[in-house]
Design a protein around this ligand. Sequence first.
Ligand SMILES: [Zn+2]
Length: 84
Amino acid sequence: MDSSIVSKIEKSRTYAEQKERVTITTLQASFDGNHNTYQITYDEAGWDCQCHYFDTRGVCSHTMALERILEGMLVQREKPATKV
Ligand SMILES: [Zn+2]
């Protein structure tokens, strides 16, 4: 390995501990729930999940779990109004 890649690897380790450097603006994910696998997206419109609960509430355990995993890395957006 040449010396430049070694220094890049070292820098990446430092960066990886500084999550605040990263802002996730869009995301597409597949989430293995207990009953099904759901496709989840995150973009200018906020979260979207295929599950029925999200359909009715605009939030679900899958999007909340991803919010926890990505804490501090997501663009701050207004929470969607809760649909009843
Ligand atoms: Zn969901």
